[in-house]
Design a protein around this ligand. Structure first.
Ligand SMILES: Cc1ncc(COP(=O)(O)O)c(/C=N/[C@@H](Cc2c[nH]c3ccccc23)C(=O)O)c1O
Length: 392
């Protein structure tokens, strides 16, 4: 696999050459100082990286822990996704390709892809489940404003899984001139490792910033897990630090027992989905089950293979957070820190709130915890407004 028994490359023959070409371009870029300099300059001068590590004083008082928020919501385009996309767009140019395709659910990856395409004069087509085009309408408007073509996907559950299916179907017949800019640390090799490497700056920055801010490493790092890119992006730099607990929070939807969730580790089993071996929500015959979440970006029945590995080897813990718990944390962050988070990111805040008591008990003191605030909630004010009945 590449991550223990997880990962690999389960794809039709038609994609093998393109994946080999991408793997070669990625490996060369990782060792190429000119690429790293160009990527670093784009992150710094265009995306606003490094993002702040902000001590959330009122939230800390409210939850009984020393909470540091990694402000990926303040990056250009409004989420961590811009890091992955800038890296992949540079590779697209190096491979001499003129067109990128992408899948999106929350629309953040789609907006980031449209943004990089505009910046680098690439054609951009984004596949998006019809359900998601409605619940993340703001991002559909942004993608179009940036010059991208948004293709509503009406097959299946009309959400992320179906958007990935359509993107892969496009790629099979366009590999000669098109790069598939995947939106998370999943999919066939080299995508999971490559996306992690483009996002790993999140953790490298946060580790340095925490040492500077507090004089030590955090007791824990928490992040929400959709496909897994923001979580692996912040976890990776801490994997070697045994004293730093790693928590990944999945979408618990209406509760695990309801069957309506996207908690692959609580309710899934090892299987293959979209080219990679990982944990999947599937029935006994291996048919992929539909996932459910109030947040489009977590609403996916598979998870990145590196998380499957970190789960099985015990280095990270993965817990479900329900829609209601996430919405409670969404409102708490708004009202204590004046920050409107993406619904996805609210799952990370809710999850950390749930683990604080056990952590205080274990440590016998107030823990220092970094939460990856992966994105901003502009796209979600309609959903949250309806939920709280405050947009009348
Ligand atoms: C603000 C924000 N935070 C967290 C996440 C969770 O993603 P991850 O676990 O990779 O950090 C998303 C996902 N947004 C993507 C979701 C996505 C794109 N492609 C995927 C493939 C599989 C699973 C999820 C996605 C989007 O559609 O904009 C997001 O927009």
């Amino acid at each position: 696999g590449h991550f223990g028994r997880y990962g690999g490359r389960f794809v039709p023959e038609a994609l093998v050459a393109a994946l080999n070409q991408l793997d070669a371009a990625y490996r060369h870029a990782m060792a190429d100082e000119a690429f790293q300099a160009e990527f670093g300059a784009l992150l710094r001068d265009y995306a606003g990286v490094p993002s702040l590590l902000y001590r959330a004083t009122r939230l800390s008082e409210s939850v009984g822990a020393n909470i540091l928020l990694k402000r990926e919501d303040l990056n250009h385009t409004g989420a961590h996704k811009v890091r992955n996309v800038l890296g992949q767009a540079l590779l697209t140019k190096r491979m001499g390709k003129r067109r990128v395709i992408a899948e999106t659910g929350a629309g953040q990856h789609g907006v980031a892809s449209a943004t990089a395409a505009a910046l680098m004069d690439l054609e951009c087509v984004v596949y998006m489940g019809e359900v998601d085009t409605e619940r993340q309408a703001l991002n559909v408007a942004r993608m179009k404003m940036l010059g991208a073509t948004v293709v509503p996907v009406t097959s299946g559950s009309r959400t992320l899984k179906d958007a990935l299916n359509e993107a892969l179907r496009d790629w099979v017949s366009t590999v000669d001139h098109t790069h598939y800019c995947i939106g998370t640390a999943a999919g066939p090799h080299p995508f999971p490792a490559m996306v992690r490497d483009f996002a790993r700056g999140i953790g490298v920055e946060a580790r340095r910033q925490c040492l500077d801010l507090t004089g030590g490493l955090p007791d824990a790092v928490g992040a929400c897990v959709g496909g897994g890119s923001n979580a692996i992006g912040i976890f990776h730099a801490f994997v070697g630090d045994e004293g730093v607990r790693l928590y990944g929070f999945e979408a618990g939807g209406e509760g695990i027992s309801s069957g309506r969730h996207a908690a692959r580790f609580s309710g899934g089993t090892p299987g293959v989905l979209h080219g990679t071996r990982t944990y999947v929500l599937q029935d006994d015959d291996g048919q992929t089950l539909e996932s459910h979440s109030i947040s489009a970006g977590l609403d996916y029945p598979g998870v990145g293979p590196e998380h499957a590995w970190l789960h099985d080897n015990g280095r990270a813990s993965y817990l479900p957070v329900t829609d209601d718990e996430a919405m409670g944390a969404f409102q708490l962050l708004c009202r204590t820190e004046g920050i409107i988070p993406a619904l996805e990111s609210a799952h990370a805040v809710a999850g950390i709130i749930k683990v604080v008591p056990a952590l205080r008990e274990e440590l016998g003191r107030e823990p220092t915890i970094i939460i990856n605030l992966s994105g901003r909630g502009d796209k979600d004010v309609e959903t949250a407004g309806a939920y709280f009945g405050i947009l009348k």
